[in-house]
Design a protein around this ligand. Structure first.
Ligand code: MTE
Ligand code: MO
Length: 260
């Protein structure tokens, strides 16, 4: 008994904190496996091949893990793999609201005054009115939204595939990023393969009704292959760029790839 307890104590490393930090850095699927396997230091050692004996090697392991994840996930992302779709009866009503503020503080946008700016590596930089955007072909998708804060819900979004829009405006699709800015202090960028994924959508409706204010009126980018925070709402501009410009959560340490 005493031997077992002693073997869990590592000089300079708080085991519980380390395991928690490590789980936070894992891509969703590995995290689920890690937790299912008991989220122990033993499981962590197996996963990383790193035997942690002091605080320095623990820290190094966490740094390596975070860098590794984005690269590996981007490399294994298959643009032809579709996120699961669901049926009408699975839709969560009311759908949860999430933002870095409460719902009554969400941006209130006047549709008639709003325009979508299209900038960067595109041939046609004309701003788009809502009327023009509503005239684009509409696709409907019922998919699961997964938030890192620990909830997920199935919703139904209608809009036009982002890849069709990118073609329409003559975007340089060899560029690395499509960066979105929002009406409040929020931003996020999608890597080009994700921007061109067939299910990535410029959404104007939720549940077949004009996108309510809570869910990002007048436009959100719905990305069923990514975690919720990579689905910007209240979008005001779209920039095609080779420069990585970060984002609200990305700048606070969330992994950029964040696949779901
Ligand atoms: N502009 C903006 N977009 C945002 C956010 C935000 O705070 N502001 N929150 C993100 C997060 S963390 C989630 S989970 C989803 C929530 O979308 P919903 O309110 O439609 O459920 O929006 C994402 N997009
Ligand atoms: Mo989220």
């Amino acid at each position: 008994m005493i031997g077992r307890i002693r073997s869990l104590i590592i000089p300079g490393v708080d085991k519980n904190l380390l395991v928690k930090d490590a789980a936070r850095l894992m891509p969703d699927l590995s995290r689920r496996r890690f937790i299912a396997s008991g989220a122990s230091l033993g499981a962590l050692t197996l996963l990383t091949g790193c035997d942690v004996t002091d605080s320095l090697s623990a820290e190094n392991m966490l740094v390596q893990m975070s860098k590794f994840n984005d690269a590996v996930q981007a490399a294994i992302f298959n643009p032809n793999t579709l996120a699961p779709t669901y049926s009408e009866k699975d839709i969560k009503r009311p759908f949860p609201f999430n933002g870095f503020y409460s719902e009554d503080e969400a941006p209130e946008i006047e549709g008639a005054d709003w325009k979508l700016e299209v900038t960067g590596l595109v041939q046609n930089k004309k701003p788009w009115t809502l009327k023009d955007l509503y005239a684009l072909p509409e696709v409907s998708q019922i998919t699961r939204h997964i938030c890192v804060e620990g909830w997920s819900a199935i919703g139904s979004w209608q809009g036009t595939p982002l890849r069709d829009f990118l073609k329409l405006v003559g975007a340089d699709t060899t560029a690395k990023w499509v960066h979105f800015r929002c009406a409040e202090d929020y931003a996020s960028a999608l890597d080009m393969p994700t921007a061109l994924h067939p299910q990535t959508q410029m959404s104007f409706k939720f549940d077949n009704k004009i996108l309510p204010r809570a869910y990002g009126f007048p436009m959100k980018i719905r990305v069923p292959t990514k975690l919720g925070f990579k689905n910007p709402k209240y979008v005001v501009s779209m920039e095609v760029t080779n420069d990585y410009k970060g984002g609200y959560w990305e700048d606070q340490g969330y992994n950029d790839f964040s696949g779901s």
